[in-house]
Structures are given as structure tokens and as C-alpha cells.
Design a protein around this ligand. Structure first.
Ligand SMILES: Nc1ncnc2c1ncn2[C@@H]1O[C@H](COP(=O)(O)OP(=O)(O)O)[C@@H](O)[C@H]1O
Ligand SMILES: [Mg+2]
Ligand SMILES: [Zn+2]
Length: 238
């Protein structure tokens, strides 16, 4: 058997129905295609409109030694395990860090792909909040219309929320609806826990954190001066 996308011959990585492939739908039913896991993941990432620079972000190409993670319960020993469990159990994930370039979006993308692979018939959307909400401002769309579109999905990645204070009521609505519908949320933000409560309200945020986890990431790689540097900064220096 060969992968329908990359044509790699393989015995062990064959896959069944191609739920991510729109062209697979034929009159009278579904056509069966076989894909390798790598291609299927990429199709899933593209399908949720993930930005190109994160299409290949996975758990497997993340350097876990670069980050320390904390939840309310304390230091996380095995971040990958925690994220995989949350994804499996459909529990909201909030990845927070004060700095940029620590890998929040990479991990959110990896979680999203992993979720999509486990929920093959369900629909996900990756929302880059800054560009989404500025588009919203330009488009003249009513928020209800946007909300309808967002709510139609079973999983949302809200990348970098909190940079659009003028839309906090809208984001609040999305959070509430997703929580109430028990839909999966993967959020990244620079806002710390306190700011999260202020911005989106105690009621919804505390519930979100009860079912899911608010995970704070810090960089562990230190320069000689003792300053923490992010992975991106490290790469830039190389
Ligand atoms: N620990 C890491 N291992 C591998 N790549 C990383 C790691 N941290 C960051 N990166 C990469 O560095 C870039 C910046 O990370 P990103 O996820 O955009 O950071 P953030 O969203 O926290 O600002 C991305 O291309 C990402 O893939
Ligand atoms: Mg980011
Ligand atoms: Zn393939």
C-alpha cells in the first residue's frame, strides 16, 4: 500500500477513510484513501487553517528541555504527558508565558494536530486572534455572524488571546459557549492568571481552569549573565 499523498510504500502506516480530504467525497459515499501518518497530520493542520510557519510543529520536534511548566498544582514534571492527557480527555488547555518565542504556539499547534488525529470526523479551526479580530474590525461583519462561524467548529485554537481588549466581550462569549458545549479549546496568551480573570471574568475562567489546565511556561536556558532566553533567541544566535 502507498500513501495517497507522498506515494511512500508502507505496510504499517496505512490509514483508512480520508476524513480530512474534501476531494475524497464522491456521490453515494466516501472513497477510501490511504495515507501515512505524517501526511495525515499535515492535512489536518492545513485543514484547520494553521499558519504555514506552524504546519510542521509537533510534539516530536519540540525540545522539551527548553521549557519549565507550572500549573496551579505545581511544577509539571512531564509536560508532554500532561498535554497528551488533556488532548485525549478533551479538556481545555491554556498555555501562558510572559515572553515571546518560548514555544506556546508550537505546542498549541502540536496539541491541535494530535486532537485532530484522535477526532478525525470532527472539525477544528486555528484562530490567530490578532489577525482575526482586526479582520473582524475591517469587515463590518456583525459579531454574531463570526460567532456562528466559530461555534460551528468542535475545536478552536485561540492563539495569542488578550491582545485585543476591545474584543474581550466577544472572546468571553466564545469561551462561555465552548465551555458550555463541552468543546475543545487550546489557548495561548501572554496574560497571566490574574489578568485572565480580570479580562474574561471569574465565572467562566475558573470553570475553564477547573476542567482544563492553565499552564505557565518559562524558559530554562540561561545565558552567562543569568538572563533567561527563549528558543527563538537561541536560534537567532546560532
Ligand atoms: N522548545 C522548542 N523546541 C523546538 N522549537 C521551538 C521551541 N521553542 C520554540 N520553538 C520554535 O521557535 C519559534 C517560536 O516559537 P513560538 O511557538 O512561536 O513561540 P511563542 O508562541 O511562545 O511566542 C517557532 O518556530 C517554534 O517552532
Ligand atoms: Mg505565539
Ligand atoms: Zn505520506
Amino acid at each position: 500500500m502507498r500513501c495517497a499523498a507522498c506515494n511512500t510504500p508502507s505496510d504499517d502506516v496505512v490509514d483508512n477513510l480520508s476524513p480530512f480530504d474534501d476531494t475524497a467525497f464522491i456521490i453515494g459515499g466516501y472513497e477510501y484513501h490511504y495515507y501515512c501518518r505524517t501526511c495525515l497530520e499535515l492535512i489536518a493542520a492545513r485543514r484547520m487553517k494553521m499558519p504555514v510557519r506552524y504546519l510542521h510543529s509537533r510534539f516530536t520536534n519540540f525540545d522539551w528541555t527548553c521549557v519549565d511548566a507550572k500549573t496551579t498544582a505545581g511544577t509539571v514534571v512531564d509536560l508532554q504527558k500532561l498535554l497528551e492527557t488533556l488532548v485525549q480527555e478533551n479538556r481545555p488547555i491554556v498555555l501562558q508565558a510572559d515572553e515571546v518565542g518560548i514555544g506556546k504556539t508550537h505546542l498549541a499547534a502540536a496539541c491541535a494536530v494530535s486532537w485532530a488525529m484522535m477526532n478525525r470526523r470532527r472539525d477544528a479551526l486555528f484562530v490567530d486572534c490578532l489577525s482575526w479580530f482586526s479582520r473582524l474590525a475591517r469587515s463590518g461583519w456583525k459579531f454574531n455572524e463570526i460567532l456562528e462561524e466559530l461555534l460551528w467548529h468542535d475545536m478552536l485554537v485561540l492563539d495569542d488571546i488578550g491582545r485585543e481588549p476591545e474584543y474581550q466581550d466577544h472572546v468571553k462569549l466564545v469561551l462561555r459557549e465552548f465551555y458550555n458545549q463541552r468543546k475543545m479549546l487550546i489557548i495561548t496568551s501572554n496574560l497571566n492568571r490574574g489578568m485572565f480573570y480580570d479580562r474574561f471574568g471569574m465565572e467562566i475562567v475558573s470553570r475553564l481552569f477547573e476542567t482544563g489546565q492553565f499552564i505557565t511556561l518559562t524558559g530554562t536556558v540561561k545565558t552567562t549573565s543569568g538572563r533567561t532566553v527563549s528558543y527563538r533567541e537561541q536560534l537567532a544566535k546560532k
